[in-house]
Design a protein around this ligand. Structure first.
Ligand code: PLP
Length: 414
């Protein structure tokens, strides 16, 4: 019994979306089907299920009622026909891309994407004979020039980690479709509440559900949505055969997390604007040399403010900034924080801060980091759901302490 969702707002779909498994006791919350396999009434029924002549479950890697409910809910939120759930965000990216690729194919990818997506394309794909061109997708001429006759897929992320640069999804999707290639968008940083890439022509939308969608820092998971036939292909070729499927328990937790996604995103975004205003003060005081957040550097990014208006509902809640004092200032600032947690990942209730040069991007040489624009003083902050004043108080005491120690050092060396 599928409920009609046409006309529902995202806030309602986040709570009621997806076909809930029937519960004989009328439980409010759909039961968790924590089972590996499903029992057939007869050999005839088993045969019919395998032949696809009777609807029903067989084995949880092929389908599970709890996982299916989540797949439908995320598809409804993204405004796409269908969804597939994966064990991790990378499982979703890998299963999506590999479902459409074979030896000799070509991929055009943004040069600003999640590190493991980059590694998957640049190392694994090349080993299997798939060539990849990485381009600056905010430059449409450069993007256009990268297409070849054998380009099958285009992959982008916007806002892009860690500089939060925006890409025009509609423009890139037009280029992709002119070349009969599918466009895949990683929408992790925005969620369907702030940006629905399908409305701008994306064929497939992938997520690390680990981040905002689950939102509580207790699950690693991935999701992909798209047209029914594309999702079927992903589910019943790569996802099923490579085995990166989601566990029912993780699906159940994400269904719970999704219920509060709309209210959480609203608070995340409000808090981020307050924190950006504080960081702008620190920029004026000379402690920050550059702030990265969609819409803040309007003079040089007028195209970005257009995209912020047309493509996104808000700028999100991940902020990056360069500390004027470089590596030493950035690490000292982070070590001084008390409430804000020093951790990678994003989108949790807790505010999380990290230093790419010593953490996520430490495997790169300083030269490679510089080429990628990842300075030694770069800091990335995922603004959480705490009271904005408390987040700012923690940041302020760390900046003050850093300033005092810098002044003391200056006095001492005089
Ligand atoms: C975290 C992340 C991923 C990978 O997701 P996992 O759940 O960690 O596998 C992919 N893309 C983006 C933008 C991410 O932030």
């Amino acid at each position: 019994m599928h409920k009609p969702t046409a006309g529902w707002h995202a806030d309602t779909i986040a709570i009621h979306g997806g076909d809930a498994p029937q519960d004989p006791h009328g439980a409010l919350v759909a039961p968790l089907y924590q089972t590996s396999t499903f029992v057939f009434d007869s050999t005839h029924q088993g045969g019919q299920r395998f032949a696809g002549e009777e609807a029903g479950y067989i084995y949880s890697r092929l389908g599970n009622p709890t996982v299916n409910q989540l797949e439908q809910r995320i598809a409804e939120l993204e405004g796409m026909q269908a969804g597939a759930a994966a064990a991790t965000g990378m499982g979703a990216v890998a299963a999506t891309m590999m479902a459409f690729l074979q030896q000799g194919d070509h991929v055009v990818a943004s040069d600003a994407i999640y590190g493991c997506s980059f590694a998957l394309f640049d190392h694994l794909f090349r080993r299997f004979g798939v060539d990849v061109s990485f381009v600056d997708m905010s430059d449409l001429e450069q993007t256009k020039a990268a297409f070849r006759d054998n380009t099958q897929l285009v992959f982008l992320e916007t806002p892009a980690n860690p500089h939060l640069k925006l890409v025009d999804i509609a423009a890139v999707s037009k280029l992709a479709h002119q070349h009969k290639a599918r466009l895949v968008v990683d929408n992790t940083f925005m969620t369907p509440l702030l940006q629905r890439p399908g409305e701008f022509g994306a064929d497939l939308v992938v997520h690390s559900a680990t981040k905002y969608l689950n939102g509580h820092g207790d699950v690693v998971a991935g999701l992909v949505t798209g047209r029914s036939e594309d999702i079927e292909l992903i589910k019943f070729t790569t996802l099923k055969d490579m085995g990166a499927t989601m566990s029912p328990h993780d699906a159940w937790l994400i269904l719970r997390g999704l219920k509060t996604l709309p209210v959480r995103m609203q608070r995340h975004c409000e808090n981020a604007l307050a924190v950006v205003a504080f960081l702008q003060e620190m920029q004026q005081a000379g402690m920050i040399s550059r702030l990265y957040f969609p819409g803040v550097n309007q003079d040089e990014q007028s195209h970005e403010s257009d995209l912020l208006q047309t493509q996104m509902k808000a700028a999100g809640a991940v902020i990056a900034f360069d500390m004027t004092g470089g590596f030493r200032a950035a690490t000292r600032l982070l070590d001084q924080l008390s409430m804000i947690k020093l951790a990678v990942s994003l989108g949790d209730a807790e505010s999380l801060i990290q230093h790419p040069a010593s953490m996520t991007h430490s495997p790169l040489t300083p030269e490679a980091r510089a080429a990628a624009g990842i300075g030694d003083g770069l800091v990335r902050l995922s603004v959480g759901l705490e009271h904005a004043d408390d987040i700012i108080t923690d940041l302020r005491q760390a900046f003050t302490s850093l300033k005092n120690s810098a002044e003391n050092t200056a006095v001492n060396t005089d």
